[in-house]
Design a protein around this ligand. Structure first.
Ligand SMILES: Nc1ncnc2c1ncn2[C@@H]1O[C@H](COP(=O)(O)OP(=O)(O)O)[C@@H](O)[C@H]1O
Ligand SMILES: [Mg+2]
Length: 483
């Protein structure tokens, strides 16, 4: 039986100034569970955690604890403790006093009780003999354990941890990950853990919540999320992936990297899809036995396996195998149908609401673009003043006429500055798709998204602008409101 301890019901947080940090977040957490919020910086992890702790009040939705609404309950009345990345220990107090601090404040425990609780907490974090030490003499890892001891000594029902290992070096992080997981099991406390590190999330969690731009992308066990990502963002964020544009070409047949593969998912024919293949699921065979063959262009030993790149036309295939193939060798590859993960494509083309201005430019995505307005009236032409003349000789003033604008992802040129193009914004997402990158640019004011396919690598947060060839902007009249 699942025993829900906490439930987030459609919670959102909009900050003053209009940042929607968290949007319609739904989750239940079971008692004793280890749940991790995973996502890139700025996706709303800390904000969600702070709402659970009571430091922020949601602008919509509610939070239930054991079925009771605690949305507006102040932090100190919640059975919750938080451990932050910057473990704010008191430098002038020794280890014992740091941990006992909260208990002493409560004034409900005798000295003997406090002693017992502190000893037990120190034992949990494996620092039994450290009571008298000054915290400034401890290593980063030890200080972080003291911070955890200080949180668990209050016996919270739920422990919130916000990137608690972020300040530690890699080796220390790895050790602490296992220790924390172990500690959580022993204590039986519910852990809600925040990290941007996918490996950390996969190692420690019972379930992972993958977030992007304040929205939940997927909730599942590490295995679910790794094996069955719901979209290209999750696939790209979790582990190494080959991601390709594909097309369904028959009953359980998908074409990508110019070959047809058998798959297990049933999609309608001609559907545009994202195809994800994990590098470890690519089997190496003789060239003539593969579904496709190609040359190895890079091969690196990674400790346990070799990571190799094979070229198929312009596409790269990443392969992980314990078997080494030398650079320059040609091999065949196969992928078992159930290792080909197919997802409905997020974007095939960009679609906007726009309008035509006085000089026949079309406005959308906060920009003004040259376009061919005669396509709105088949067979029409422009007169010398720029009015559209239809086949029946009717003269049409298009000023302010609303249109639907469609631009294919590959027809958008990204420019290295925010002046020379016709619309501008910042790059908010980059997903590698085998032979090109899919980039999302977000405009400044309206936060319109411009999705582009490009072979060039850009950086997240780059300021850029875009140009679109005049003949690649498809226009249709919005309303059929013929006068
Ligand atoms: N107090 C605040 N006021 C305004 N915006 C905020 C505040 N706190 C966070 N934000 C914004 O909300 C978004 C989510 O932030 P945060 O929850 O800290 O993300 P994460 O922890 O995933 O890095 C970001 O765009 C951030 O700038
Ligand atoms: Mg954060």
């Amino acid at each position: 039986m699942s025993d829900k301890i906490i439930e987030l019901v459609g919670i959102s947080k909009e900050f003053d100034g209009g940042t929607l940090a968290v949007s319609d977040f739904n989750l239940h957490v079971n008692r004793g569970e280890f749940v991790t919020f995973l996502g890139p910086s700025g996706c709303g992890k800390t904000t969600t955690l702070r709402m659970i702790a009571g430091f922020e009040i949601p602008t919509a939705g509610k939070i239930l604890l054991d079925g009771k609404d605690i949305t507006n309950l102040p932090p100190y009345l919640r059975p919750v403790n938080t451990v932050f990345q910057r473990y704010a220990l008191f430098p002038h107090l020794n280890v014992y006093d740091n941990i006992a601090f909260g208990l002493k404040l409560k004034k409900t425990f005798t000295k003997a009780e406090i002693n017992k609780k502190v000893s037990k907490a120190l034992q949990m974090v494996d620092l039994e003999d450290f009571e008298k030490r000054k915290v400034t003499t401890l290593s980063g890892g030890q200080q972080q354990r003291i911070a955890i001891a200080r949180a668990i000594v209050n016996e919270p029902e739920i422990l919130l941890l916000d990137e608690p290992l972020g300040a530690l070096d890699l080796k220390m992080r790895k050790d602490m990950q296992l220790e924390l997981k172990d500690m959580q099991r022993k204590l039986g406390i519910t852990f809600i853990y925040v990290t941007h590190d996918q490996e950390e999330a996969l190692t420690m969690s019972d379930r992972i919540v993958v977030m992007k731009d304040g929205e939940v992308q997927q909730i599942g066990t590490p295995q679910d999320i790794y094996n069955e990502p719901t979209n290209a963002f999750v696939a790209d964020f979790i582990g190494e992936s080959n991601i390709y544009n594909g097309t369904i070409v028959g009953d359980r047949k998908v074409r990508f990297i110019n070959k047809v593969f058998d798959c297990v998912d049933d999609f309608e024919i001609n559907a545009k899809v994202d195809v994800v293949v994990r590098p470890e699921d690519v089997e190496i065979v003789k060239p003539e036995e593969g579904i496709v063959s190609g040359q190895i262009v890079s091969s690196i030993f990674k400790g346990v396996h070799y990571e190799m790149i094979m070229m198929v036309g312009k596409s790269e295939v990443m392969i992980q195998s314990t078997k080494e193939v030398k650079v320059g060798d040609t091999i065949g590859i196969r992928v078992s149908p159930d290792n080909i993960h197919i997802m409905k494509r997020d974007f095939v083309s960009n679609v906007y609401d726009g309008y035509i201005d006085k000089i026949n430019k079309v406005h959308f995505a906060e920009g003004a673009f040259e376009c061919d307005v005669t396509q709105l009236y088949p067979g029409s032409h422009l007169d010398s003043e720029g009015y559209v003349i239809t086949t029946t000789g009717e003269k049409i003033d298009l000023t302010n006429v609303p249109v639907r604008v469609e631009v294919s992802l590959k027809d958008i040129e990204i420019i290295d500055n925010d002046e020379d193009g016709d619309a501008r914004g910042s790059i908010i997402s980059i997903v590698y798709k085998g032979d090109h990158y899919q980039i999302i640019i977000c405009t400044d004011e309206e936060e319109e998204e411009i999705v582009c396919d490009t072979e060039y690598l850009w950086n997240e947060n780059d300021r850029v602008s875009v140009k679109i060839p005049k003949d690649k902007i498809k226009l249709t009249l919005k309303a059929v409101e013929k006068k």
